[in-house]
Structures are given as C-alpha cells and as structure tokens.
Design a protein around this ligand. Structure first.
Ligand code: BG6
Ligand code: MG
Length: 217
C-alpha cells in the first residue's frame, strides 16, 4: 500500500515563524508601522508578496512598486541571515521519527511549501535527502489556499491527489489541501485548524499506529 505524504515546511518541520517575525518587524519599524506577534500569526502560510501587502494595509501605508520590490528583497536578506545560523537542532520534535517510519514503509514523501527558501532551509537542517520531491514557492503561480503547490507535489511523486496526505500548520494550507481533495492533517491548535480532517498539537502526539492507518486506509 502506498500513499503520498506531503509536508509543509515552515511551522511543520521547522519553526521559522520566529525568524519571519523578526525580519518583518524590522521592516515595519522602518516604515513606522507597529507589527505585533498576533499579526504575524496571520502571515503563516501566506506568500512573501501577500505578507507585505497585509503589513502595509495594517499600517495604512501605500508605497511605490519600486519600494515594494526593494523591501521584499531587504526582508529576505534579513531572514536569510537567521536561516544561515540554523542547524538540525531546530527540526521540530518527532519529525525525524515520522519521516523514518514513512521511509521504512516505502512511502513517497514530498515537500509542499510556499517558501522560496525551502531548499536552503532543508539543507541547513540536513534533512533534504529525505524528500523524494520538493515543490516550493519557486514552482507555483498561485499561492495557498490555492491547491496548486500540493497538486504539483503529488504529481512529482506519481500519486493521485486522493491518495495524498498533507501535514500543515496554517489555515491557508489546510484550505489548499482540502481543495486538492487530499487528507488534511493540521499540526497546531484545533481552534485554528478545525477545518482539517485531523489535528495534532505536534508530531509527538502522532503515533506510528496512526501513520500505519494512513498508509493502509
Ligand atoms: C510560508 C511561511 O511557508 O512561506 C510564510 O509560512 C512565508 O510566513 C512564505 O511568507 C514565503 O516564504 P519565503 O521564504 O519565500 O519568504
Ligand atoms: Mg507552514
């Protein structure tokens, strides 16, 4: 029996939201916008362009296209500074166990991330070779909640969408998985991810038996 297992990256494999926050906060400060951690929550799973649009809207600011492009570049430079310091200690608890279980059971594994930095991060935390396919922000034209990223991720491992399972921490990502006709598994709080088929606070709560059930259903 085979299923396609598709992992989101940020918030599922590594907790990079804190670095996105620091980078966006620095940028917001420069624009005299007060950007809070609560607002940062709403940027999870949201593309880089859309994130900046939201921050500008919250701060009631309009800027030229040129400045918009410059700021996107600056934000990413700042973010990459944090990424450069990452190592395998930042892999979230039990992610290696889950990946190992799936590999032992010969299940195809794909990444489906909105980030254009996905490969860099997977390399930094030395986990890139666990993935049979990597689909990220460089490969899609439509951001989550559009299902495009997951549909490509399924295709790359030769699996039909209905035979795929998606691990996601964001509202938009769970919506995308549902729209792709895949099983959605929320990683995080039930209050936020109630629209997922299953929700776990983190991978430590997901047993090997549950993974077996997913493979065999
Ligand atoms: C998502 C993150 O995975 O990727 C978002 O949750 C981020 O916060 C988006 O904006 C795009 O990432 P990047 O690395 O291309 O700026
Ligand atoms: Mg995420």
């Amino acid at each position: 029996n085979k299923k396609g297992f598709i992992f989101d990256l940020d918030g599922v494999i590594v907790d990079t939201a804190k670095y996105h926050f620091l980078a966006w906060q620095k940028l917001a400060k420069g624009l005299d916008i007060n950007f809070t951690e609560k607002e940062n929550e709403q940027l999870k799973g949201v593309s880089r362009v859309r994130s900046l649009e939201k921050i500008l809207a919250w701060g009631n600011k309009t800027i030229s296209d040129q400045l918009f492009q410059d700021l996107m570049g600056k934000k990413n430079e700042e973010y990459l500074g944090y990424i450069a310091e990452m190592d395998e200690s930042e892999i979230l608890p039990d992610v290696p166990r889950v990946l190992q279980y799936l590999k032992t059971n010969k299940q195809p594994i794909s990444l489906g991330s909105a980030s254009k930095n996905a490969r860099t991060i997977l390399e930094r935390v030395h986990i890139i070779s666990d993935f049979d396919a990597i689909v990220d922000g460089n490969d899609v034209s439509k951001a989550k909640p559009d299902p495009e990223v997951f549909l490509i991720a399924a295709k790359e491992i030769n699996m039909k969408p209905e035979d795929c399972i998606v691990f996601e921490d964001s509202v938009a990502g769970v919506e995308a998985a549902n729209a792709a006709n895949m099983i959605s598994i929320g990683i995080g709080s039930k209050d936020v991810l109630g629209h997922a088929d299953y929700v776990f606070n983190d991978f430590t709560e997901m047993s090997d038996d549950f993974l077996k059930f997913l493979i065999e259903y």
